[in-house]
Design a protein around this ligand. Structure first.
Ligand code: CTP
Length: 232
């Protein structure tokens, strides 16, 4: 059933880190490798979906006739690229580790060392998932990620509400061999319509299958709900 429900569905995926420039040679970023986002893209493609991937800088190359990849660096670029695809998307998966802040000013020339300390003033970046959460329609399924160090479930529930997600994939920094850089991951799925579910540590390819299966069940719920509304 899942193999057909995704056929020709349009899926927007953000993946990888963002890089926020300090000067022409330096940037602020994080440890995201994009492995999880790309594994999810592969699984959607395997099941016949059309994938639009907006990717920060990663060392992964993926090619497929049903795949469009837009490479970006900064959070602003990632947001602008997502704007091209969100409205038409049936599903949006926000797997990117977007930098929350960027340097207030990008120096035009390489900054030379002078004083014994150096301060960078930062301003808040746009929250991509939050912005699209505001315009998401009832027919669209949106999925976010949360990487937490403490009070994991409470934070994931908070993100579900704040960013209008249908589902949050929760990672804990307290789990060994999960999160950044590893080929394995251990997730907890947090949804509005059922109690949270913990999955075992698995290869990211298998984790992607679990995530896509959950998304399929959310899609089915949406369609059943629409049919009910039309019937009433
Ligand atoms: N996200 C996003 N744009 C941002 C920040 C986050 O789209 N500027 C998305 C991420 O891709 C992820 C979700 O929002 O799906 C949660 O990201 P996270 O950084 O954990 O959440 P924040 O709201 O930034 O909260 P925190 O204070 O924990 O950093």
């Amino acid at each position: 059933m899942n193999a057909t429900i995704l056929h020709n569905k349009k899926v927007l995926i953000t993946a990888g880190p963002t890089r926020e420039a300090i000067d022409p040679v330096r940037y602020i970023s994080n440890h995201s490798t994009g492995k999880m986002g790309y594994a999810i893209a592969r699984e959607f493609l395997r099941q016949g979906a059309q994938v639009f991937m907006v990717s920060g800088p990663v060392c992964i190359e993926l090619q497929h006739p049903n795949l469009t990849v837009v490479h970006v660096n900064s959070a602003n670029e990632m947001y602008m690229a997502c704007c091209r695809f969100f409205e038409d998307a049936d599903i949006a998966v926000f797997a990117a580790a977007v930098a929350d802040y960027r340097p207030a000013k990008i120096a035009e020339q390489k900054i030379k060392k002078e004083d014994s300390s150096f301060t960078i003033s930062m301003v808040k970046n746009i929250d991509i998932a939050f912005e699209f959460g505001k315009i998401k329609t009832a027919a669209q399924v949106s999925v976010g990620f949360a990487l937490e160090t403490n009070d994991e479930l409470a934070h994931a529930q908070g993100k579900l509400q704040k960013k209008n997600f249908d589902m949050v994939v929760l990672n804990s920094m307290n789990d060994a061999n999960a999160t950044f850089g590893y080929d394995t991951n251990k997730i907890t799925v947090v949804r509005r319509d059922k109690p949270h579910q913990e999955f075992l540590l698995k290869h990211k390819t298998e984790v992607a299958k679990d995530i896509v299966k959950e998304i399929c069940s959310l899609l089915i719920n949406h369609y059943e709900h629409e049919e009910l509304v039309q019937f009433e």
